[in-house]
Write a protein that binds this ligand. Structure first.
Ligand SMILES: Nc1nc2c(c(=O)[nH]1)N[C@H]1C(S)=C(S)[C@@H](COP(=O)(O)O)O[C@H]1N2
Ligand SMILES: [Mo]
Length: 322
């Protein structure tokens, strides 16, 4: 299918920098959240509607927590993290769930192709039979300078890489979100190069932290969290953590990610969290906790340097911070 490629300069100024634009809109949401808390309008019941559908994988939850990954802050309550989401396919605002009425988590086909010994396509529930689910508590840091901490359930991405058996020529994994404008209304918005695409080097994808997520808070994940399959790379800005994945392609070329294509001067391939390297239009030195509204200092690699810093030795010239 032909997708019109949009250049940054073709966008009207009001939408050229959506992540920043909607950050200020999110702050307005504070008032909305207060109304929700007061029960004035439907709150978490709406937010979790998708998650309430019967799910064939429900019996796999809750999975045992892996104690290796610890937090320095409380877990963000689900009534907060379920209404502060980024999922542009459905909404440019932060309360995404009410726009997901047509979204279904099953059937869900996942394809593995490209430079692999074992190209394959399978349903998500077949994949879940081949992996071991575990729970991990991770910090999440959006490039818009807000943060939360989530109990994700999933499996290490390296287990999916092993199923694919990449050839020695493969250097990167390119991931793609589903494309169905009947389900995701903003995929009709031709200013964006749908489907959402992200990529990792093979070394990043097989790092122990790279996690493919199927659940949150001990249950199958509601749609707004990227169910039934999303990536979480907690040392990188949140936009790397692609939701609704249907395809993993192994390649020798560095993938161009969605935000890089939309606004390459502001969002790059590497996107490692660094408080000392500002976004071109705002500081990354601190972040707002979405639960309390308090600011805290941002940590290098979002606090995960012990696991990932070695990946970038010798690459300092490559704009690894955005
Ligand atoms: N397909 C898709 N994946 C996406 C996005 C998106 O708009 N579409 N937003 C990204 C951004 S900017 C962030 S911060 C995280 C948000 O994850 P959360 O909603 O679970 O907090 O999802 C990322 N993955
Ligand atoms: Mo983000």
């Amino acid at each position: 299918m032909h997708v019109r490629r949009t250049r940054g300069w073709e966008l009207p100024s009001s939408s050229a920098t959506p992540e920043a634009l909607y950050f200020s809109r999110r702050e307005l949401m504070g008032a909305g959240a207060a109304l929700l808390a007061a029960g004035v309008v439907a709150g978490p019941a709406v937010a979790q509607r998708v998650g309430d559908l019967p799910d064939p994988s429900a019996g796999l939850y809750p999975a045992a927590q892996n104690p290796r990954y610890t937090l320095d802050r409380p877990v963000t309550p689900q009534d907060k993290s379920s209404v502060v989401n980024n999922y542009y396919e459905f909404s440019y605002g932060k309360n995404v769930a009410p726009s997901m009425g047509r979204f279904q988590r099953r059937p869900w086909l996942v394809k593995i192709d490209g430079l692999v010994e074992k190209p394959q396509e399978f349903g998500i529930d077949d994949l879940l039979k081949k992996v071991q689910l575990e729970e991990r508590l991770y910090r999440h840091r959006c490039v818009e300078a807000w943060s939360m901490a989530v109990p994700w359930t999933g499996f290490p991405m390296k287990d999916l890489v092993a199923l694919a058996a990449p050839t020695s020529a493969a250097k990167y994994v390119r991931m793609e979100t589903f494309l169905d404008p009947k389900v995701a209304p903003n995929q009709k918005d031709f200013r964006f190069p749908w489907p959402y695409v992200e990529g990792l080097t093979l070394a990043e994808a097989t790092n122990e932290l790279a996690f493919l997520v199927t659940g949150v808070y001990g249950k199958p994940a509601p749609g707004q969290y990227g169910a039934p399959l999303r990536l979480v790379t907690p040392w990188k800005y949140g936009f790397k953590s692609i939701k609704g994945i249907v395809r993993f392609s192994f390649t020798d070329k560095q993938p161009v990610s969605f935000w890089e294509e939309v606004q390459g001067g502001e969002y790059g391939f590497w996107a490692n969290v660094n408080p000392k390297v500002p976004h071109p239009r705002w500081s990354q030195a601190s972040e707002e906790d979405i639960t309390t509204g308090n600011r805290r200092p941002t940590l290098l690699f979002n606090g995960y340097g012990e696991f990932v810093a070695d990946l970038y030795k010798g690459r300092e010239a490559e704009k690894i911070w955005f």
